[in-house]
Design a protein around this ligand. Structure first.
Ligand SMILES: CC(C)(COP(=O)(O)OP(=O)(O)OC[C@H]1O[C@@H](n2cnc3c(N)ncnc32)[C@H](O)[C@@H]1OP(=O)(O)O)[C@@H](O)C(=O)NCCC(=O)NCCS
Length: 148
């Protein structure tokens, strides 16, 4: 897919960005006030200087999203790029868009002199593990979670 454009998300993109996150099995808002809270969180994320939301667009429509954080590490001189969310819309998977969006992240990480890019992927997401391996990521750690 050649006509894919990757750019920073705008406020107009917030509903579709949230829609894509539901494809990651994230909770849907239960009422209007919760929906508003989610939207405000995305807005704040977009305005924070240590975070970014990028969208992949085809013919003006958002078909993918990635969120990025720049994390300071205590014993490192340069930040780490952390990717909390990456989703390509169901009908557009397997067409090279995920790879393109990650390539764009690598360019940003290089510009910002990040020492690495890191992300977590749930045990059940076998397909995405294959995707990450294919595009040059290595499995370097185990992730431990405690629900509170
Ligand atoms: C995982 C995801 C982001 C990958 O994006 P994508 O656009 O479908 O992947 P691409 O088409 O760019 O694939 C890039 C490469 O990975 C390979 N790949 C992708 N999925 C694969 C799979 N399930 N098994 C093996 N290889 C795979 C492709 O063959 C391609 O290889 P190539 O460069 O040699 O052609 C996308 O499928 C998705 O949104 N999945 C659901 C949400 C999700 O799991 N997100 C990740 C959360 S951690």
């Amino acid at each position: 897919m050649k006509n894919i454009i990757i750019k920073k998300a705008s406020k107009n993109n917030i509903p579709v960005v949230l829609g894509l996150l539901y494809e990651l099995d994230r909770p849907r808002p239960q009422n209007n006030s919760e929906a508003e809270r989610f939207e405000n969180k995305v807005k704040k994320y977009m305005n924070d200087t240590d975070k970014q939301i990028l969208v992949a667009k085809l013919d003006g429509n958002v078909i993918g999203v990635v969120s990025i954080m720049f994390l300071a590490r205590l014993n490192r001189k340069t930040p780490e790029m952390y990717i909390p969310e990456l989703v390509i819309a169901k009908n557009y998977r397997g067409k090279g868009i995920g790879k393109k969006i990650i390539k764009y992240c690598v360019e940003i990480a290089t510009k910002k002199k990040c020492h690495r890019i890191r992300l977590e992927s749930g045990n059940q997401r076998i397909k995405s593990h294959e995707f990450y391996r294919k595009i040059g990521f290595e499995q370097t750690s185990l992730s431990f979670t405690k629900i509170v």
